[in-house]
Ligand binder design. Structure first.
Ligand code: AHR
Length: 610
């Protein structure tokens, strides 16, 4: 039998208070069609000009009309093109217009208010009202409708409020904008939002934000990932093009094979941090894009370094600074707290070997202006000692089982570690229980070493499980248009981050099979001891737990457990709660007590210190 000795009153190191956080980027329809609550797909008609994804023509009754992208008319410099609707024949009963199919439909719920808007102009005021309706795909009935009385010859933004009554909850709906008279109308930036988290305009999906809140994340690493770099230098994440009014955001192609609306811009990322009380971990573009394009260190890189300095000022500067004032103009006068800035992403892919020089140039310039910032390198560099190194791990369960001691002997005088992307890759679209076991085993190793691992974040965070929604398999949280669910790995993380503690406690395990993993921490403020145990084996494991200074521990505690019958068992959009944490009382705690872990199980024993 395995014997685990725990020196209850002997902390050996501090747990990083920022250990568990989130990594995010536009992948798998994470923002557009995901967290960002916009319901209209391809709202600025830029996803692809020739086949107009998500849009089609409406010709009701005997109406006759046509649509085309007009490259010469748009409401702003950023949006130079629009959708031109030419109506030859129409009347009040036989209306013509345009229709959007949304991100795999429109989520319609009863008694709900939706805020719509669009930019438009007409060749002639006699075009009359524009009717905006959400229609049921199956019946054609309007589930909500509103109208804008008339248009002018100049671009203007119009708003509508759509309210549903006693309708069925369903994603099988579409949006139409129609007119009842002949003429020409140009549309752009057609938008519709449901209620959002904390009622933020241009905000986030409530169910997904609630799932993230339950993870108690300490930080958000953004905006990537590959999404930061882009395939080519002009396709990098250009933060200055993602701020201010939506009409001034040109949108951009992303490396994950779909266009980004940039509705989730720099300020929206920061407000997301604010809403969940996370600190931003800001990744700045560092002169490398994924198709082996790089900017040489030296004068060529200077504009990129300046762009990063401007970005940091936008995040942290007060309103007397140039970019702090722009942030205030954008609606957020309060600066954001920033500790970590990451220089690039996965620069070990840059075969030119330029990262050392690029990192050093960014480091010198940022430290000169912001000496307090911790600067993360994405791969080891020689010319300078980085504050933090970002390590990424995508592994199979058995590889993580074999690697839980990865950081045990890491030099404590070297750079701190940020495990900025990690995941056990097994299961699609979301991890199965076998992957959750790999994750939990890996997390015990990270916790034991969280004196040197300052932060860790699973990736990717999100996947839209609709057909075509996924570009990367094994993602933490899945969703469709209406609903979302946490994978077993998600629940393992919720368990770990809700019982993180602030001190690592001395302990020693003897015996136990090769697939038994553990960590022990305590929460000094709350007086709680947390023992995390992972049994990744197909057989039960009994452990004799010996508590030194057991008199300091109350006999009753709490057990939080997550388990499955097989490693293949999982949660899905159809069975979202097959595997969820279960709580029960722990009653037998003493100087030496036995605890049995069933096959394939993750347990947290929470014990109260007297
Ligand atoms: O998480 C998916 C991708 O994996 C990230 O964009 C990239 O950084 C890594 O290669």
């Amino acid at each position: 039998m395995a014997v685990l000795d725990i020196q209850v009153q002997k902390p050996v190191a501090k747990v990083s208070p920022t250990l568990y956080g989130l990594m995010t980027e536009e992948i798998n329809y994470s923002y557009d069609g995901g967290l960002y609550a916009e319901m209209v797909r391809n709202r600025t008609f830029q996803d692809s000009h020739w086949d107009l994804p998500a849009w089609s023509l409406v010709e009701n009754g005997n109406s006759v009309a046509s649509v085309e992208v007009d490259q010469s008319a748009g409401p702003s410099t950023a949006l130079p093109l629009s959708l031109k609707l030419t109506v030859k024949t129409a009347d009040t009963n036989d209306q013509a217009g345009i229709k959007n199919s949304g991100f795999w439909g429109f989520a319609v719920r009863p008694a709900t208010t939706y805020h719509g808007s669009f930019y438009a102009k007409a060749d002639n005021a006699s075009i009359g009202p524009v009717t905006v309706s959400l229609l049921d795909d199956n019946t054609g009935a309007a589930v909500a409708t509103a109208a804008v009385p008339s248009l002018t010859a100049d671009w203007q933004r119009y708003t509508v409020t759509l309210k549903t009554g006693r309708v069925r909850t369903s994603a099988a709906n579409h949006l139409v904008l129609t007119v009842g008279r002949p003429g020409t109308v140009w549309f752009d930036l057609v938008s519709l939002f449901p209620p959002t988290y904390k009622d933020r305009p241009n905000g986030n999906r409530i169910d997904l934000m609630e799932k993230l809140a339950a993870m108690k994340p300490a930080f958000l690493r953004f905006p990537g990932g590959n999404y930061l770099e882009g395939d080519h230098i002009p396709e990098r994440y250009q933060w200055k093009k993602t701020i201010g009014p939506l009409v001034d955001r040109p949108t951009h192609p992303s490396p994950w094979h779909y266009h980004s609306s940039d509705g989730m811009g720099l300020l929206e990322f920061l407000e997301w941090c604010e809403d969940l009380r996370m600190q931003p971990v800001l990744a700045v573009y560092a002169g490398y894009s994924m198709m082996q394009e790089h900017v040489a260190p030296g004068p060529d890189l200077e504009p990129y370094v300046q762009d990063a300095l401007d970005e940091i000022e936008y995040v942290t500067g007060d309103t007397s600074t140039k970019w702090g004032a722009v942030r205030a103009r954008d609606g957020h006068p309060e600066p954001f707290r920033l500790t970590f800035v990451e220089i690039g992403n996965e620069d070990f892919f840059d075969k030119s070997g330029s990262y050392d020089g690029r990192y050093a140039q960014f480091y010198a310039a940022i430290k000169k202006k912001y000496p307090q910032l911790q600067l993360i390198a994405t791969t080891p560099v020689k010319s300078i000692k980085p504050d933090v190194i970002d390590d990424h791990f995508y592994k199979r369960p058995e590889e993580f089982f074999d690697d839980t001691h990865h950081y045990d002997n890491t030099d404590r005088t070297g750079p701190k570690i940020f495990v900025g992307e990690w995941a056990t890759r097994e299961g699609t679209p979301t991890p199965d229980f076998g992957a959750a076991l790999g994750d939990a085993a890996w997390m015990t190793g990270m916790e034991r070493n969280s004196d040197i691992i300052v932060m860790a974040s699973y990736a990717p965070l999100f996947v839209n499980v609709n057909p075509g929604g996924m570009q990367w398999e094994t993602d933490l949280i899945g969703y469709n248009t209406l609903a979302s669910y946490g994978s077993p790995s998600y629940y393992a993380q919720v368990m770990f981050s809700n019982h993180i503690g602030d001190e690592i406690v001395e302990s020693n395990l003897n015996g136990g099979g090769p697939r038994l993993f553990y960590s022990v921490t305590r929460n000094s403020a709350k007086g709680l001891l947390y023992l995390k145990l992972v049994n990744a084996s197909s057989i039960a494991q009994t452990i004799n737990i010996k508590l030194t200074r057991a008199g300091d521990v109350k006999t009753a505690g709490r057990l939080i457990s997550l388990s499955a019958k097989t490693p293949d068992e999982t949660n899905t959009i159809f069975e979202p709660a097959k595997i969820v944490p279960v709580q029960s009382p722990l009653t037998n705690i003493g100087p030496s007590f036995r605890h049995t872990l069933p096959p394939y199980s993750i347990h947290i024993l929470e014990m109260a210190l007297k």
